[in-house]
Design a protein around this ligand. Structure first.
Ligand SMILES: [Fe+2]
Ligand SMILES: [Fe+2]
Length: 194
């Protein structure tokens, strides 16, 4: 029987985008906004734990890409990946500090990291696929952080302002990846609406 065959076929990285976006929204759709301050803090910490996981995965993915990128013209791309890895690490630290300020314990546990994250570690082997993976991850992050900024609004301006700063960098990252893709593949890459 060929039952097991279908499960061993490598999934193209694009197929998980819907799932990742669903995951990114989980905590927002969960639970109505509570009136009590305590309730908000608890939910804020939960949301920020998933942001933290997202940033950690981004650090790991860009770092891996910075090491693994090979080929003609890869040097400037490697530098870009490395710069992004450092900036994602800054985000990681900011979010972890904020969780701590809110009375939470920032979760750096590698166990379950991928399922807490709204971005993917990826499996790209070519330079162009790496750039595409990063572009997708950045676009999900941009979308996710815009929603979170609307969520925090005036309820927690400190967290909101932090996320606005992070969002600005993620938008730059997405632009950088888009430009690299055009330079290396010659065509703009636009994923579908889901
Ligand atoms: Fe980031
Ligand atoms: Fe980013």
């Amino acid at each position: 029987m060929s039952d097991h065959m279908s499960t061993t076929v490598a999934k193209p990285f694009l197929t998980d985008v819907t799932e990742l976006r669903k995951r990114a929204r989980e905590h927002l759709e969960n639970g109505a906004v509570t009136k009590s301050y305590q309730g908000d803090v608890k939910q804020a910490i939960e949301i920020l734990q998933s942001v933290l996981a997202t940033e950690i995965v981004c650090v790991l993915r860009y770092t891996q890409h910075a090491i693994a990128a090979v080929g003609i013209d890869s040097e400037s791309v490697k530098d870009e990946f490395l710069t992004h890895a450092r900036e994602e690490q800054e985000h990681m630290m900011m979010v972890a500090e904020r969780i701590n300020q809110l009375g939470g314990d920032p979760n750096f546990d590698p166990k379950g990291l991928a399922t807490r994250s709204a971005s993917e570690y990826g499996s790209a082997e070519t330079l162009v696929d790496m750039i595409k993976e990063n572009l997708i991850a950045e676009r999900i992050a941009v979308e996710h952080y815009r929603e979170l900024i609307r969520y925090f609004a005036d309820k927690d301006p400190t967290t909101r302002v932090m996320l606005e700063g992070i969002l600005a960098t993620e938008e730059e990252h997405a632009n950088d990846m888009h430009d690299l893709l055009v330079a290396h593949e010659g065509t703009p890459f636009l994923p579908g609406p889901n």
